[in-house]
Ligand binder design. Structure first.
Ligand code: GTR
Length: 426
């Protein structure tokens, strides 16, 4: 039985994209038995065992994808591909003091009178051909990620943010480089990686409005919002990552690169789902992804299904709302999302003060995904006990909980690069 052990209000507040939010009420459910009742990964819906990679891939994987599409994130509507074109609109081989190439692409989607432009910013180290590439969305525009005056300022709707001087939902020159502390691009290039980033709002502005972004391109006549089990914003962002990958794979200098998806917070949720859907991504790193990302729903620690659906009604499909405060009814949990990445390397990163994301729930989810990795003779996480702070584990499933709060830090990137180098050729 699920029992709420205590209820408290955290007195601190948290920074979301530089905006100070009052920390919502955090419910803590300390009942360990709830995670022991997780739906079983290695049993098919009619009860047969999943005992080989072949059975996993042919039967269990599709079964789970179907559930996640129908019950949680929503599916991309069927239909003809949206016509798109890709163009290099700016490039230089003098970026980062002549050490890197910078390429900016415009990816345009067109349908009838609709046009959606997505800007891709790519940096490549000069001395490596087809290097492994980190690919991740940013929260406020490509120009916020680096101190580089040549990066184009996004024209899409952005969330207001006083720290970044974003008012009236328009990015501007003042926010150049203001998020560079989260993106050690110079270091990433020095270590021999490329890095590609896109402002996530180019694909779908992060607001409860389905008349903008990519969704309307898929509407049937008369439709003005997604249907019950159709996509919310998380699936739209995930879909966008695959289209960005199409572009990068079509570009000579990155055609044979390996791709490491990276995302923080809501974008950590996005990348786990994106790489579950698209197995061309070679590795995925989800930082502080929390509820709807790595964390187990059934623990109900920190953010819950009801809380997330109420605050962000556009993220998931409408059908997910029926699980508000009914976690036990879910036919799945997030260990299954992590397992959908098997046998590719996956890294889950938590921060000990990020209680809202339930660090231990993120760890246990990765731990309970491990049996699928073992089917492939890969090592997941073998110890059910939550590890010590700042003691990373780098098996084919990697995990760390670092000191500090919800953020992306130099420590995180150091671990991500060590993990990527150690596991890209697994
Ligand atoms: C919070 C939200 C989390 C997380 C975070 C973020 O407000 O409750 O699920 O996604 O935002 O994306 O920064």
């Amino acid at each position: 039985m699920i029992r709420l052990i205590w209820l408290f209000i955290l007195t601190n507040s948290f920074l979301l994209g530089g905006v100070l939010y009052a920390q919502p009420t955090v419910r803590v459910n300390n009942e360990k038995t709830t995670v022991e009742s997780l739906p079983d990964l290695l049993t098919l819906k009619h009860g047969e065992p999943v005992n080989s990679p072949e059975v996993w891939e042919r039967l269990k994987r599709p079964e789970l994808l179907h559930l996640f599409k129908n019950e949680v994130y929503g599916m991309v509507p069927d239909g003809d591909p949206i016509p798109s074109s890709i163009e290099v609109i700016e490039e230089s081989d003098a970026a980062f003091n002549n050490k890197a190439h910078r390429i900016q692409f415009a990816l345009d989607f067109k349908k009838g009178h609709r046009n959606l432009r997505v800007h891709i910013l790519l940096y490549l180290p000069k001395d490596v051909f087809n290097p492994p590439v980190f690919l991740g969305y940013n929260f406020y525009g490509n120009h916020t990620v680096v101190h580089d005056d040549n990066v184009l300022v996004s024209d899409s709707w952005v969330r207001n943010n006083e720290t970044l001087d974003v008012y009236n939902h328009k990015a501007n020159q003042k926010s150049r480089g203001k998020r560079s502390y989260r993106w050690p691009v110079d270091k990433i290039l020095q270590e021999g990686f490329g890095i590609a980033t896109v402002y996530y709002g180019d694909i779908d502005p992060d607001r409860n409005d389905f008349t903008d972004g990519i969704h309307p391109f898929f509407y049937k006549e008369g439709q003005d919002e997604p249907g019950l089990n159709e996509w919310g914003s998380l699936t739209a962002w995930a879909w966008g990552l695959s289209r960005i990958l199409d572009c990068l794979k079509g570009y000579e200098a990155t055609a044979d690169s390996k791709y490491i998806l990276f995302g923080h917070s809501r974008l950590g949720k996005t990348v786990l789902w994106a790489s579950a859907l698209d197995q061309r991504f070679d590795m995925v790193i989800a930082n502080n992804s929390g509820c709807g990302g790595a964390a187990l729903f059934r623990r109900k620690n920190g953010e819950t299904i009801q809380l997330i659906n109420n605050r962000f009604p556009h993220w998931f499909s409408k059908s997910f709302k029926k699980y508000n405060d009914k976690e036990a009814m879910l036919p799945l949990d997030q260990h299954m999302l992590i397992a959908l990445n098997a046998p590719r390397p996956v890294y889950i990163a938590s921060a000990i003060k990020d209680k809202w994301a339930d660090p231990e729930g993120e760890y246990l989810s990765a731990y309970y995904a491990s049996p699928v990795y073992e089917l492939y003779n890969k090592r997941g996480l073998s110890d059910r006990n939550f590890p010590d702070v700042n003691k990373p584990i780098h098996q084919t499933i990697g995990y760390h909980v670092r000191s500090g709060k919800h953020d992306v830090t130099a420590y995180d990137w150091k671990q991500f690069m060590i993990f990527a180098k150690g596991h890209l050729n697994d």
